[in-house]
Design a protein around this ligand. Structure first.
Ligand code: DGY
Length: 422
């Protein structure tokens, strides 16, 4: 039976649907965002499978010829957001940003395919999406893995999805912001600035956009010369998992050559992921590839090693010990930053708040690795947060208060797909 929250979640998705794509939140984020759309598709799948597939199909209409998939697609202009298409100036149709985002789409398509009742009807759509997903994964391997270790090097904090995580503080210090000039932020007209990134962080975000634009969005050059180049633990673990899911789809479709190629990607990442293990911190952490320095921060992304299917007995034990410690310090898992870190800020975006989508990935990984009671705990906490506060962008891990935008699409989607279930 449909509950009040189920109905509300469905209403949010339908209300944020702009016809083939869904905005994360009508006011703060009025365009199509890459990884938001992937999660949103899972929500749609609970009541409209056709619409779920369409969300991803629309996103891939904005794919560049080299396989790159942008983080924002500006299907229509909207003055309520900054930086808009004119600032990015990628010269594409439709207009897009020039950076990418965590590649969850292949994993979502695998999940949509598994639940498709009428396989015959959806097979052509799977056949059509498969090469596009593979092209994006190849792009990561060819352009964003300069160490050849199967890691993902992010060239902008926005690419990681965890915009203002303290992981980026030190690597960002070298970014020259002297040419950024005056600009008007729109996020802080919609939301209190205490929950958003600082002015210094925004200056750096814009300086990196200017850098990319200055290269004419030459992705090869950006990957070589961008002042910010960090192997992101989140994107790396998500891509490893996505390659495994795409491999399962390749096998399903009988694409032997592509399956072999994906096996190589997976083997390379499995062998290389140790680069992100911080022995001193006893955790997986992002690492600056320019200086070779680990961030040393334990964030929610550190726990995605389980989701990636990385199995390492000692490291897994250490990550479980970190999990236990954090569970003792925060009422609700999983804070985006270790609550015992001096920079922890329970309401400021990715410096403390809990995000339902990351919880879903963490819990999926913990469950797959056999740590079911922890997986249940993460789901129970997510459920309690939504029941207590509604469908917010994120939540304070101490009080459970909603933070950021309301009526948030991916939180509604996570409710429908996962958090509400026993
Ligand atoms: C924003 O505008 O805050 C977005 O996170 C950028 O992707």
């Amino acid at each position: 039976m449909e509950t009040e929250l189920d109905r509300r979640a469905r209403e949010i998705l339908e209300g944020n649907d702009r016809g083939g794509y869904t905005v994360p939140n009508g006011r703060v984020y009025p365009f199509q965002w890459n990884w938001d759309s992937a999660f949103v598709a899972l929500g749609f799948a609970s009541f409209d499978q056709d619409r779920a597939w369409r969300e991803i199909e629309t996103l891939f209409q904005a794919q560049w010829a080299d396989g790159f998939l942008p983080h924002i697609v500006f299907w229509r202009d909207d003055a309520g957001y900054f930086p808009g298409p004119a600032v990015w100036a990628t010269g594409r149709t439709p207009p897009t940003s020039g950076i990418t985002q965590p590649p969850v789409a292949a994993s979502v398509i695998r999940s949509l395919w598994a639940r498709a009742k009428d396989k015959k009807a959806f097979r052509p759509r799977l056949e059509a999406l498969f090469p596009k997903l593979l092209a994006w994964h190849r792009w990561f391997a060819q352009v964003r893995d300069p160490l050849g270790k199967g890691l993902v090097v992010a060239t902008h904090p926005w690419e990681t999805g965890r915009d203002n995580s303290p992981e980026w503080d030190v690597p960002s210090r070298v970014i020259d912001t002297s040419q950024v000039g005056e600009y008007q932020r729109r996020d802080t007209t919609h939301l209190d600035q205490s929950v958003r990134p600082t002015k210094l962080e925004y200056d750096r975000y814009l300086a990196l956009v200017q850098f990319g634009r200055g290269t004419g969005w030459d992705q090869q050059r950006i990957a070589r010369e961008n002042p910010f180049r960090v192997a992101d633990v989140g994107m790396t673990m998500i891509l490893l998992r996505a390659n495994r899911d795409l491999l399962a789809l390749a096998e399903e479709l009988g694409r032997k050559q592509e399956a072999d190629e994906l096996r190589k990607f997976i083997a390379r990442s499995e062998a290389g992921v140790g680069y992100l293990w911080d022995e001193q911190r006893q955790s997986y952490c992002s690492r600056d590839v320019i200086t070779g320095q680990s961030s040393g921060f334990v964030t929610s992304a550190s726990f995605l090693s389980f989701y990636a299917g990385v199995r390492h007995q000692t490291r897994d034990q250490k990550m479980l010990a970190q999990l236990e410690r954090i569970a003792g310090a925060a009422k609700y898992l999983m804070p985006s930053l270790d609550p015992e870190d001096p920079g922890f800020d329970s309401i400021r975006y990715w410096r403390g708040p809990v995000w339902a989508v990351v919880n879903y990935l963490i819990a999926t990984g913990l469950s797959d690795a056999g740590h079911t009671s922890w997986a249940h705990r993460v789901r129970r906490d997510t459920r309690a947060l939504i029941e207590g506060a509604g469908f917010f962008e994120s939540y304070c891990p101490i009080t459970g208060r909603g933070t950021g935008g309301g009526d948030f699409s991916w939180t509604a989607a996570m409710w429908l797909h996962w958090a509400r279930h026993e």
